[in-house]
Design a protein around this ligand. Sequence first.
Ligand SMILES: [Zn+2]
Ligand SMILES: [Zn+2]
Length: 583
Amino acid sequence: MTEKNKQIFKIRHSLAHILAMAVLDKYKDAKVTIGPVVENGFYYDIDFGEKKITDADLKDFQKKMKKIISQKFNFKKIKVSKEEALNKVKGNEYKEELIGEFANEGKDITFYSTGDNFEDLCEGPHVENTSEIDTSAFMLTKVAGAYWRGDEKNKMLTRIYGVAFESKKDLEEYKTQMREAEKRDHRKLGKELELFTFSEHVGGGLPLFTPKGTMIRDLVVEKIAKLQEKLGWQKVTIPHITKSELYKISGHWDKYKDDLFHVRGKSDTKFVMKPMNCPHHTQIYAAFPKSYKDLPIRFAENTMVYRDEQAGELLGLSRVRAITQDDGHAFCTEGQIEQEVKGIVSIIKTFYTDLGMLEDGKYWVSLSAMDPKKPEKYLNEGGIFDKAEAILEKIAKDENLPYKKVEGEAAFYGPKLDFQFRDAIGREWQLGTVQLDFSMPKRFGLEYTDEKGEKQTPVMIHRAIAGSLERFMSVVIEHFAGEFPFWMSPVQARIIPVGDFANEYSRNIFEKVKKAGFRVEFDDSNNGFGKKIRMAKKEKLPYFIVIGDKDMEMSKLTLESIKGDSEQITIEELLEKFKEENK
Ligand SMILES: [Zn+2]
Ligand SMILES: [Zn+2]
């Protein structure tokens, strides 16, 4: 987030005021409400009454804003009493509401004036003078609806967004990034590459994966399974509905009951679609007596959970109602925390290294710690929270993770490590996570018998490697712009004969590559050679293998990559190369 004292914050915030001025210049009766700074820019929520704001309005507002800026107005802070403040905003019930609240909280009430004719309720800070704003480094971007204070029960206002930077160059870079993001949009590429679809008959937020999309999911799951198998993770299976009572015990009910899908059966028992798997896994643990010799125990599965997200918030695969978690829970003794977390971190590191996403500067790890000013908020019996934090920090150091300790970010039940990745165009995504939990084992009365024959409570560790498969897919589609790594590609290569004369030779190559276990296709369609090549490129296949008369004469083939490389090699060399890349 932008720091308040930075010049760019002041510029963006000042522009919000200037936008309000421009709006009021054209629509005298509009009521301006709040106009905060957001990532890359600012917005202002405005009540235009019945009036609908169009793109033409945006153009007018932007023109007017530039005019205002060029008049070199000063921003001045004015401190007022509650009465004076209410007098200034008379007729604007939104600002009146805010002033009432500020007064109740005992806050100072301040306005900022811009020039002689405009004042806005605000705590600042702002630029000293509008001349500090580069008129070529900002633009209004879009109009959206937004409820007053984000509450559906309130009136729908018009939100006008703008982006702003210190220089024109920064704005141009931002525009380039946005264009690139549009090209990579996973919803667009998902359709073009035939990976997934949505159906209005099935419902919003419920993605349907095609054979190719499912192939990618399976490859990811398989890869994770291989990595964690070596470390003693075992697969478990649970049903998708459960008695709601389970979440009352786990403590999730009060917080999440409105976001669950409720299921009605024949009996009076209330069921829900599971929104998470942790409580189920505790019940597998609890089913059989455990001794310290059995620990750690590690359960993993890939399974869907269901959350009733607001229709307006659904977004491609990034925000869905059916979410496949690559979920896992380890149960261990306090003394085993370090070894266990280390194991999980090693899986995350290997997985993302193989994806090429774990390079220096392209990721960082957030160590969510407790707020040292409010230690009473956390479960810290016998100092277990402090110890766990220290262990996570030690692991982060031992493993050379670029970590930041973020105080106050931990849940009350334990600290965690979140892996944040920067994608090809600089956006950040949280994917892998390791979270300690000192609460749930207690709530479910989980036990093990220690060396002395006494009952102890195990520590629970939640972990995800890819996060949800849907979000993971949206991120990798956009990161790779649909050009997946070889091992993840649903189709790894296609054989394309230059003409019919090469068909038999090509088919022979095709059989050999297929037999070696690679996902290869043979294009013997009636399309012309040029079209076949264009199609292979459009589908973003990592390789296509072209067979012409020269290749046949020399008993070779021509391997072309999507990156534009081309080489003439033998079938043995090809298989060797593919084997190497599949690792
Ligand atoms: Zn302000
Ligand atoms: Zn969990």
